[in-house]
Design a protein around this ligand. Structure first.
Ligand SMILES: [Zn+2]
Length: 349
């Protein structure tokens, strides 16, 4: 079987297994099945992945209600986990008899500093914010938020049609749907150009309200519980980039963060870290760049670093407002990752 066909088959199997898991969810939630899989799939612990933490009704899967966030933070120690930083994880500086938990946040949302930081600091819980420096400097655009920004500001459908009137008649939604695919860079550029031309003031206002700025990153870095990680400069799909472009993403982001934090930047998370967006070439380039840990969005728990790897490649457990405490337990036990990865413990391909 060709590599392409076997990949397609694995992806169909994975989708089928996940659909089956969703159907079984009510039974699994009630049944004490965790202890069966935990010894094989629980690993040495987990890395939790958050994005935006909000105090209003969440509008998208990357937003987590602050109340849900607090419940999860309080539940983790009750499950026997020790919370560690990425440096402690990579350096093996933890009690080997207890599972580890790492809290991470992607993109650099301002609410990470306003809401999550005081809450975690008060409990002495270390955490990492992976910052996209193009958002920090307002020169890259988080295009996935534009629909909400336009909607909140009362921008009408006809305004949008006028601004995003591309020659091939593609709608804003059609172009946006392609933006996170491997060939999506052109779509992102088309959206950015029109959005900045016609909605520049609105975009600037929302950037200030929703994303960290230089001063906040420097203050965060002054807290020994906080790690500032690299989340690229422009938030591209890495599989669509050349090696030179990938190095520039690592280096530009590192240089800006080093300047603001006065610390070496040792940890990286891929923007869009799924199988179709990040592969072994991209992970290898991040390892060659010297990052101590490299986070993806593959769903799995942590297993000890293999001797052949220069860096610790971290799958993560995504959390948002729809994650109940029982759902979290099923993920941490390894049951959900086991099904999603078709039985493999460490999804690195
Ligand atoms: Zn991101």
């Amino acid at each position: 079987m060709g590599a392409k066909r076997s990949l397609a088959l694995a992806s169909r199997l994975r989708a089928g297994a996940y659909a089956g898991l969703r159907g079984l969810k009510p039974i699994l939630r009630a049944a004490p099945v965790d202890w069966l899989v935990r010894p094989y799939y629980g690993g040495i612990g987990s890395v939790l992945m958050f994005h935006s933490i909000v105090e209003r009704a969440p509008k998208s899967p990357i937003e987590c209600d602050f109340e849900v966030f607090k419940r999860i933070v309080e539940h983790v120690p009750k499950l026997g986990y020790q919370c560690v930083s990425l440096d402690q994880l990579a350096g093996g500086e933890f009690d080997p008899r207890r599972r580890v938990m790492v809290f991470t946040f992607d993109d650099g949302y301002r609410n990470n500093a306003d809401l999550a930081w005081p809450y975690l600091h008060e409990r002495s819980i270390p955490f990492t914010i992976y910052v996209t420096t193009g958002f920090l400097r307002r020169c890259a655009l988080p295009w996935w938020l534009l629909s909400d920004w336009f909607h909140d500001d009362g921008v009408t459908e006809s305004d949008l049609r006028r601004s995003f009137a591309w020659t091939d008649e593609a709608s804003f939604a059609e172009v946006a749907a392609k933006a996170y695919t491997v060939g999506g860079r052109e779509s992102v550029e088309r959206i950015e150009e029109a959005a900045r031309r016609d909605f520049g003031e609105l975009i600037q206002k929302r950037f200030e309200a929703e994303f960290l700025d230089d001063r906040q990153v420097s203050s965060l870095a002054g807290d020994s519980l906080v790690t500032i990680g690299n989340h690229s400069h422009t938030h591209p799909v890495f599989k669509g980039l050349s090696e030179v472009e990938i190095d520039a993403e690592f280096e530009t982001c590192n240089a800006i963060l080093r300047g603001l934090t006065d610390r070496a930047v040792k940890h990286f998370s891929f923007p869009y870290g799924s199988r179709s967006q990040v592969g072994s070439r991209e992970v290898g380039l991040a390892e060659a760049h010297g990052f101590a840990t490299i986070a993806t969005t593959r769903t799995a728990n942590l297993f000890p670093k293999s001797d052949t790897r220069r860096s610790y490649v971290l799958p993560r457990i995504a959390v948002n407002s729809t994650t109940s405490l029982r759902d979290l337990e099923l993920k941490l036990s390894g049951l959900v990752p086991m099904v999603m990865n078709l039985g493999r413990r460490v999804p690195t391909d």
